[in-house]
Design a binder for this molecule. Sequence first.
Ligand code: 3PG
Length: 311
Amino acid sequence: EINIELPDEQAAEAAQRIKIGLYFATWWALNVVFNIYNKKVLNAFPYPWLTSTLSLAAGSLMMMISWATRVAETPKVDLEFWKMLLPVAVAHTIGHVAATVSMSKVAVSFTHIIKSGEPAFSVLVSRFLLGDTFPLTVYLSLLPIIGGCSLAALTELNFNMIGFMGAMISNLAFVFRNIFSKKGMKGKSVSGMNYYACLSMLSLLILTPFAIAVEGHQMWAAGWQKAVSQIGPNFVRWVVAQSVFYHLYNQVSYMSLDQISPLTFSIGNTMKRISVIVSSIIIFHTPVQPINALGAAIAILGTFLYSQAKQ
Ligand code: 3PG
């Protein structure tokens, strides 16, 4: 007879690992679905400022309903909390709209290849703005990240400068978002889910006037009519799907950020990008040259080396 009973500590660790695994799998799956609907919408309706506003609005609405119906506990937050959240929300808004603008101009896979370079931005910001220092191996791991992203960008068949810059700006903004939100979540009693809910609401307030100024209701109305006449009622379903899935994947990612270190989080995020890159290439029949794929692979390998070096 084999005794498979585990000591308590080991059992708890195994349970935690399963829980994190489930969070990660859910996060990636939701993200793949978001990316596909988001691109389908943008192909038919190229107004990324509106679609990114709608994603935040859907999340805000879902959370308000959850609080009102007590599905989720209403967070107890004060003015101090909102003040601390403001820089996080500014960074989240910029990162989100920049990524969406990028995806409206280039293939989803290209945006995510450039976004796999986020660790390089994180190191550079920490080094030059915060004065942190890292072991030499961390700096060396940036070489394949930067080299791989550059190779992928140079050999991208449908390169577009706005698409490239959008993904770069998103990288920079999200580095600040992560630094600020780590500070803001520390010592607070607000759960990851509610923290992200408040973040969406504040970002929605920030983004709405800019979206109206940049695109505006006349463009939206004309574009909407055109998209509905081309695609039919499915178009509205796609818009709802991209908005709801955007909220859900971010919510799950913040729920997991609650449980794991920022480093584990960023490794999870890179693995997420592999599934998005592969699935979007298949679904949208994105043309890729071998040298282009090699660049992406080098960049992603660099991210793994970076995570090893940081450990
Ligand atoms: C967005 O719209 O905010 C981006 O798709 C987010 O990208 P990320 O969560 O994959 O970094």
